[in-house]
Write a protein that binds this ligand. Structure first.
Ligand SMILES: *Cc1c(COP(=O)(O)O)cnc(C)c1O
Length: 380
């Protein structure tokens, strides 16, 4: 058994990152400032888009986007149930109805036909997820959406490319939460090609005055600027942006390392029939960001929950991304969702588990996880 606990993830913080954050702390300007602005430009440039607006989280971005589109009671928002609950929560809090669509059983990506079938005259927004860092089939999704806005949930997908370009060409939300490929500790960014939307998010994220202290000081805007409409306070500090910016400079290396480890897992698990790895989506060219390495524990020998507990006893951490949203208490009891509504999502929700995957892991760690899993299954 391993002597040291192997967590399912660990942020890849190096000395450059620490120096970058320290420099902000020493500068005397620790909240919105030049580093945040640089981070916004860098993410927009990396993802091949025009505007980035840094936020305190991706969840905050979802909240703002719903507000800006004026989505509320009577409106429907299409999203998978196999996602982080914050997306469904923001829809519910807006008073709108989440319309959950099933995902492909083997890729966990939403199928364009499922989106097309869920559209009604009340559909105001579509929020598909680039699950685990694999690319959605965007062309048919945008075709199905027509005039309906699409907000790509790119929380897993910094470094995900579809047909040769970075995903999120129109509107996308990135997350820089501690477990994401690039982290600010906490943080998010709305990235868009639409200047009006970028301005709206900028205004809504900072009291509705459309600028922050740094803008006032450095961009020559008036300190007497007034509230145009009430807004929230969802800005990202420069201390956080410095960490994200420093990590972004290494993203090719970070994601490349994730890829090597993930491919090693895939190869090793090919001979373990009880453990079913996710499939790559077929039919289009894409680059995987390998945010998560998700497997399905599919055997009468052991349940997923027991599997996670047994690995923990053997000093290996795991994660659960995700328990489907539609069967959580609130969504069952208040919104009336029932088991059986989304069979492929539910199949996965009962069996998925994220194995350790982070750039600081070694090949031996991967082999250790696989050997431990084999030993665990052999004993039953
Ligand atoms: C992490 C995550 C989010 C939310 O990001 P925060 O920055 O934590 O708000 C949204 N969607 C998915 C799929 C995520 O994994």
């Amino acid at each position: 058994m391993r002597k040291e606990f192997l967590p399912f993830t660990r942020p890849a913080v190096n000395e450059d990152d620490i120096a970058a954050v320290t420099a902000v702390l020493r500068s005397g300007w620790i909240t919105n400032g030049p580093v945040g602005a640089e981070f916004e430009s860098a993410v927009a440039a990396f993802t091949g888009n025009r505007f980035g607006v840094a936020l305190s989280s991706a969840t905050a971005g979802m909240h703002l986007f719903l507000k800006i589109l004026g989505i509320g009671p009577g409106d429907e928002v299409i999203t998978p149930s196999m996602t982080w609950v914050s997306i469904a929560n923001m829809i519910a809090l807006a008073g709108a109805k989440p319309v959950f669509v099933d995902v492909d059983r083997e890729t966990l990506l939403v199928r364009p036909e499922a989106i097309a079938a869920a559209i009604t005259e009340r559909t105001k927004l579509i929020v598909p997820v680039h699950f685990a860092g694999a690319a959605l089939d965007l062309d048919p999704i945008y075709e199905a959406a027509g005039e309906i806005p699409v907000l790509e949930d790119a929380a897993h997908a910094l470094g995900t490319f579809y047909k040769g370009r970075h995903i999120g060409a129109k509107n996308a939300l990135y997350s820089f939460h501690a477990i994401k490929n690039v982290t600010c500790g906490e943080g998010g960014m709305f990235v868009t090609s639409d200047e009006k939307l970028a301005d709206a998010v900028r205004r809504w994220k900072f009291h509705g005055i459309g600028m922050d202290a740094f803008d006032r000081q450095n961009r020559g805007r008036s300190p007497q600027a007034e509230v145009l409409s009430p807004g929230f306070k969802y800005n990202l500090t420069d201390m956080q942006a410095a960490l994200g910016l420093s990590q972004l400079k290494r993203i090719a290396e970070l994601n490349g390392r994730r890829r090597q480890l993930a491919l090693r897992y895939r190869e090793r698990f090919a001979e373990v029939p009880e453990i079913r790895v996710l499939a790559d989506p077929a039919g289009y060219d894409f680059v995987h960001a390998w945010h998560l390495f998700v497997v399905r524990v599919d055997t009468p020998k052991i349940t997923r929950d027991e599997f996670m507990a047994e690995l923990k006893k053997r000093n290996i951490g795991t994660g659960l991304h995700f328990r489907c949203a539609h069967l959580q208490k609130y969504y069952r009891e208040v919104m009336g969702f029932r088991p059986g509504m989304l069979p492929d999502t539910e199949y996965n929700s009962d069996r998925i588990c994220s194995l350790p995957l982070f750039p600081g892991m070694t090949e031996e760690d991967v082999d250790d996880v696989v050997a431990t899993v084999k030993e665990l299954l052999a004993g039953r």
